[in-house]
Design a protein around this ligand. Structure first.
Ligand code: NAG
Ligand code: NAG
Ligand code: NAG
Length: 531
């Protein structure tokens, strides 16, 4: 059984398939598992999977940021300005966050036209790697974007080197400049989180297994970074992500927002959280998990892909699945029951598609290199990214800690298994989106229309169903076309700071397929323009 419908770390849910087979005996899916994941993690990960969290009727956990440490304002000297950083690490700190520090260096790679920086957020034994690129336009004034990929366990290097970064990996040793990078008009971070992903690491076996825990580290990092670079203070800030980022980003942004009250109290500048952006996200999974039917049998983007017999079975499964999810995940949150309900829904509505040779991230394509259930990544470029980041000279240039003796972890099975064991993967995040909207943080939900796994139908449905003060105006609108260069780029609706948009002809990694349209979407969004 797997939960990570929007995962970019397929091997993670391969691990869960075998673990789930123990939990839900009558739905043994092991025949699909080929255990091709790196290092045989599918079996190792099984150990970590259980029902930690168990019964939690409120389905609510606490991401509340740490209380800031009392400090003497005189004792803090901000670092100053980004361009003064050198090729050696500089350590940034803030006395309000005594357990945290940031290592940062100039790295001069990937873009070539602007400064690039890399480093670590050090939280006692946890170390999160990040990439930071200045804007190609006006770095001293442009907004700042924070980007994370999903998984859980997926590295943001997929976003950086395949989708929206300043360069794209072409093979094991080379990248090419990307004209349509999202740093065209914004400074941008790519962060590998939680520990265990990318070049992020931990000592003493430390790990993070929920989004709430991860959110605290992110909020503290953002505060330390913005406090140290004077010209960044008060700069408009946008938190963005994809796939499981549909859970990460609403919680990360909420932690940043709530932390602001504490920053103000301590006399610090609050983070100017302007918006969140989620691409092909997994946010309200109990709505989204029913939408597979519409994609594969309901003609939502393509004609039905299964025979009538299969589609009829799926159609009949939809209301039953809805009822099961309601009873065990929504009316109350019963960890065991919700886990099982999700397993049954997946078996009925997802497994047939994933066992086929179709690409779950793009219905117009075949999955390269076998089916996703066999552990294929479907895109060979992701393998190239891993090879590219294996180069010792590049790792030295980036400042990858010598403590990391393994290859870059483009997808971590262990992280995915931990998030499953903590039941993080069963929790919804849409209420955080509503809460941000009520506080005038703008929200952009976009979806490549060819994606199956976190498809536009499910995203459109939950955005319309979302309860907030602007719901009637938002949900009451017809979808309209939006255009780039006179051609239809997708459909959209928008009200009171909440925008939903599709990108036609794009899959899950929308900027990979439609870089021009995706950049235009983001540029208009940053500028506060209508699409
Ligand atoms: C990688 O791509 C670069 C640029 O296209 C090319 O010069 C180089 O030969 C390629 N290397 C390999 C190993 O294919
Ligand atoms: C926050 O950013 C917005 C742009 O999104 C800008 O208009 C506003 O002045 C900024 N606020 C502060 C306090 O700097
Ligand atoms: C690390 O990556 C390189 C290049 O992809 C590969 O040849 C090597 O086998 C990998 N090492 C391990 C330990 O996985």
């Amino acid at each position: 059984m797997h939960f990570l419908a929007c995962a970019q770390s397929w091997a993670v849910w391969l691990a869960l398939l075998s673990a789930g087979a123990l939990a839900v005996g009558s739905h043994d899916q092991r025949p699909f598992v080929s255990n091709r994941g790196s290092g045989g993690g599918a079996h190792k990960a099984r150990v970590g999977v259980g029902y930690v969290g168990g019964l939690n009727p409120l389905s609510h956990q606490d991401y509340a940021p740490f209380t800031l440490a009392p400090f003497d304002a005189e004792s803090f000297k901000p670092y100053g300005h980004l361009p003064s950083l050198t090729n050696d690490f500089t350590i940034l700190q803030h006395p309000a966050f005594p357990k945290y520090s940031v290592r940062i260096k100039k790295s001069d790679f990937c873009d070539g036209t602007v400064a690039a920086y890399t480093g670590y957020i050090d939280i006692e034994a946890r170390h999160l790697f990040f990439y930071f690129f200045e804007s190609r336009s006006d770095p001293a004034k442009d907004d700042v974007i924070f980007w994370t990929n999903g998984g859980p366990g997926g590295s943001s290097t997929i976003g950086l080197f395949m989708e929206l970064g300043p360069c794209r990996v072409v093979n094991a040793t080379a990248t090419e400049f990307s004209e349509e990078s999202w740093n065209s008009n914004a400074n941008i971070f790519f962060i590998d989180q939680p520990v265990g992903v990318g070049f992020s690491y931990a000592e003493y076996g430390e790990y993070v297994s929920t989004t709430e825990e991860a959110a605290k580290d992110i909020a503290a990092f953002v505060a330390i970074f913005f406090e140290n670079f004077i010209s960044l203070r008060g700069r408009a800030f946008h938190m963005a992500g994809e796939s499981y980022g549909g859970r990460y980003v609403p919680l990360f942004a909420s932690a940043v927002y709530d932390q602001n009250a504490k920053l103000v109290e301590a006399g610090l500048t609050p983070i100017n959280l302007s918006s969140i952006m989620i691409g092909n996200g997994w946010t309200d999974q109990y709505v989204q998990s029913l939408a597979y039917y519409d994609m594969q049998c309901g003609g939502a983007s393509f004609p039905p892909v299964f025979d009538i017999s299969t589609c009829v079975r799926m159609k009949q499964a939809v209301p039953r699945c809805a009822k099961l999810l309601h009873a065990s995940c929504m009316d109350v949150f019963d960890g065991v029951g919700c886990y099982e309900a999700t397993a049954i829904c997946e078996l009925e509505l997802q497994t047939p598609y994933m066992a086929s040779d179709r690409n779950p991230y793009d219905m117009s394509k075949k999955c390269e290199g076998g089916t996703i259930l066999e552990g294929s990544l479907c895109y060979s470029v992701i393998d190239s990214i891993e090879e590219y980041l294996a180069q010792p000279s590049l790792r030295a240039q980036l400042g990858v800690d010598p403590a990391i003796t393994t290859n870059h972890t483009t997808r971590s099975e262990a992280v995915g298994a931990r998030f499953a064991a903590s039941l993080d993967v069963l929790r919804t995040s849409h209420d955080y989106v509503a809460a941000l909207l009520e506080r005038r943080v703008r929200v952009l939900i976009y979806a490549g229309a060819y994606d199956w796994i976190c498809n536009w139908v499910g995203n459109e449905r939950w955005t319309r169903a979302l309860a907030w003060s602007g719901q009637a105006e938002f949900a009451g609108q017809q979808l309209r076309d939006w255009e780039v260069g006179g051609a239809v780029a997708g459909k959209t609706r928008s009200a009171q700071g909440f925008t939903f948009a599709t990108i036609e002809g794009a899959g899950h990694m929308a900027p990979y397929d439609k870089p021009k349209e995706s950049l235009e979407l983001v540029n208009r969004w940053l500028a506060g323009e209508e699409l």
